[in-house]
Design a protein around this ligand. Structure first.
Ligand code: UDP
Ligand code: MG
Length: 279
């Protein structure tokens, strides 16, 4: 056999080995998926230009999720990213059957991304979290414990937010105080887009407004509710997608969504101006 042929043969043997290893990992994973674990938790992750964070998220979170007492599926919702996020997610999904990807045709916003993930989830329980590791993956074990105790809605409450600046923390807490004053619904201070529920069906068929504030709905759909405190870590990579301007717009939309005060103000001022016009 010539040197060239020998090399060809070694190469093809290596390829075969690689394929076998890959197949057996896939098989292990499928067995894990269909195995002894009683239930499945769907973990929904919204992704907008997170190319710098995705590998790190997957690498850190996978062993933590594998150790959970439930099976899991990872649903990444690619919210029209313009960077390599879509490509990275396609690669993760090709290598790991527990990963599913939903691709949006453009950027529709975080709320729309979470709802799409929720709609496509198959688990008995669902968790929504950020792709930047600010929401610690270790918390999912605590979430499952609470589900098993019979809780159906879990709000994750931040005790600290390591990467938000002083202004962002202050305006966030002022926003919740204001919203609670003017609306009938009561929202937890420092609630985040990190929440979990077994009552996901309700959100699949209700609360379909164009302007959404999912964390607000989650706190007001009733059911057996509890909270878990967590410390928001610093973002693993990349920057926050919420500028102060975007947050301001989001806050105004939320106030309009959760309170009828602005509408009443409009009606009353209309009536007063109308009367004044008659004088
Ligand atoms: N995100 C999204 N669409 C957007 C903006 C953000 O899917 O239009 C995702 C983003 O990739 C992240 C999560 O929503 O996984 C929360 O955004 P970010 O971490 O930037 O917000 P912050 O934690 O700073 O409030
Ligand atoms: Mg974040």
């Amino acid at each position: 056999m010539s040197k060239k042929d020998k090399k060809k043969r070694t190469d093809s043997m290596e390829d075969k080995k690689k394929n076998e290893t890959r197949q057996s990992t896939m098989q292990n994973r499928m067995e894990n998926m269909n195995g002894q674990k009683p239930k499945t938790i769907s973990i929904v992750i919204s992704v907008y230009n997170e190319e710098k964070a995705l590998h790190e998220f997957y690498r850190e979170a996978t062993p933590i999720f594998e150790a959970l007492p439930w099976n899991y599926e990872l649903i990444f919702v690619n919210d029209g990213s313009a960077d390599a996020s879509g490509q990275i997610l396609a690669e993760l999904a090709a290598a790991d059957p527990r990963v599913r990807v939903i691709n949006f045709s453009r950027n529709f916003g975080h709320e729309a991304a979470m709802l799409a993930g929720l709609d496509h989830s198959i688990g008995e329980g669902i968790v929504c979290m950020d792709a930047d590791l600010q929401h610690p993956p270790e918390c999912v074990a605590q979430i499952i414990e609470r589900f098993e105790e019979g809780y159906e809605v879990i709000n994750m409450v931040r005790t600290k937010n390591k990467s938000a600046g002083f202004i962002k923390n202050l305006t966030s807490s002022a926003f919740y105080k204001f919203l609670n004053k003017i609306s009938d619904v009561k929202l937890e201070n420092n609630a985040s887009d990190f929440f979990a529920l077994t009552a996901a069906q309700v959100l699949k068929t209700n609360y379909r407004e164009k302007v959404r504030f999912l964390r607000g709905y989650v706190q007001n759909i009733g059911f057996n509710r509890t909270t878990i405190e967590y410390e928001a870590r610093a973002r693993v990579a990349g920057e926050s997608k919420y500028s102060i301007r975007k947050l301001f717009k989001f806050s105004i939309n939320t106030i309009l969504c959760f309170s009828d005060l602005p509408l009443k103000l409009g009606i009353y001022s209309g009536i007063i101006v109308g009367f004044l016009g008659l004088l």
